[in-house]
Design a binder for this molecule. Structure first.
Ligand code: F6P
Length: 321
């Protein structure tokens, strides 16, 4: 192994820069060169790449977003698109590739390994925390903190107006962000796709909580819950006649400086990914389970399910009494 490539792909996540830094510096430590690929698989398809060294990744460990830029690539969906990308890797003499992203990115990486025998290692980078094989993904902790800050602010105004706030958080098809934000934010209710809930029962529970003396409520809804926050808010309004306000937090959850935990995870996994390539591994993701490195076939990261944590979900419910 003489030269490796690195790219970030899919939705950006705070800590991706720290991961790129770790890959580039680990490679340099071991005497390898790194080719930085811009705009994810789109850039690989278009040949947007160049050598980067340790000084090029200075002063980025603390920055949100991704300096390498990212994209959701249509070109990569076609065999011709992938053939062109593989050709660019050959031209640049890249012997192995680190892909930092989520399940869509890993599917793209898996195809590259399967079809062209190119060594690829996945590093979990997504705010959604929806990848099997790692306790946490890079960016998740920051997104939870950002959403939590917003919930605290909404609680101030909600309490002052004695209102019900229905707040939608990201997570695509998963409820990890929602459950942690609900527990940490002291929410009255949490709705996630992994746990079906009857909205009429939720509305009745809100009414009972008003009878118990609660003057305002926070309901956290994962974007993947059927109907989202708007659906939950109108169901409550129709059933018990209470006025609600909806706040959809959106992409604000993807930005900002990564918290320590995401920088640490990104640094450890970026290093491990580079050394895994050197050791000849391929078509796997490196994650962390119980503070130990954990390698899983890329395919398992999206075919197997990582459920929300029951103790967290149940505790959020219990404490909302
Ligand atoms: O995967 C990260 C994520 O932010 C999801 O939570 C969300 O559903 C999606 O990306 C939004 O994608 P886009 O930025 O393309 O609108």
């Amino acid at each position: 192994l003489r030269r490796i490539g690195v790219l970030t792909s899919g939705g950006d996540a705070p800590g991706m820069n720290a991961a790129v830094r770790a890959v580039v510096r680990t490679a340099a430590f071991h005497g390898l060169e790194t080719v930085g690929i811009r705009r994810g698989f789109n850039g690989l398809h278009d040949g947007e790449m160049g050598l980067i060294g340790p000084r090029d990744v200075a002063n980025i460990i603390q920055r949100g977003g991704t300096r390498l830029l990212t994209a959701r690539s249509q070109a990569w969906m076609t065999p011709e698109g992938r053939a062109q990308g593989a050709e660019h890797l050959r031209h640049w003499e890249v012997d192995g590739l680190v892909v930092i992203g989520g399940d869509g990115s890993f599917q793209g990486a898996h195809l590259l390994a399967q079809e062209y025998g190119i060594r690829v290692i996945g590093v979990p980078g997504t705010i959604d925390n929806d990848l099997y094989g790692t306790d946490y993904t890079i960016g998740y902790h920051t997104a939870v903190q950002t959403a939590l800050d917003a919930v605290d602010r909404l609680r101030d105004t909600g309490a002052s107006h004695e209102r019900i706030f229905v707040i939608e958080v990201m997570g695509r098809h998963a409820g990890h962000i929602a459950v942690e934000v609900a527990l940490a934010g002291g929410a009255e209710e949490v709705l996630v796709p992994e746990r079906p809930a009857d909205l009429e029962a939720v509305a009745d529970e809100v009414q009972r909580s008003i009878k118990r003396g609660k003057t305002s409520s926070i309901i956290i809804v994962a974007e993947g819950f059927p109907g989202g926050a708007e659906g939950a808010a109108s169901a409550i309004n129709e059933r018990i006649g209470e006025e609600t306000r909806v706040s959809i937090l959106g992409h604000i959850q993807r930005g900002g400086s990564p918290v320590a935990r995401d920088r640490v995870l990104a640094s450890v996994l970026g290093r491990a990914a580079t050394e895994a390539l050197m050791a000849g591994r391929s078509d796997v993701m490196v994650g962390e389970v119980g503070h130990m490195l954990n390698f899983v076939p890329l395919e398992h990261t999206w075919t197997r399910r990582k459920d929300v944590t029951d103790t967290q979900y149940d505790t959020a419910k219990l404490l909302s009494i």
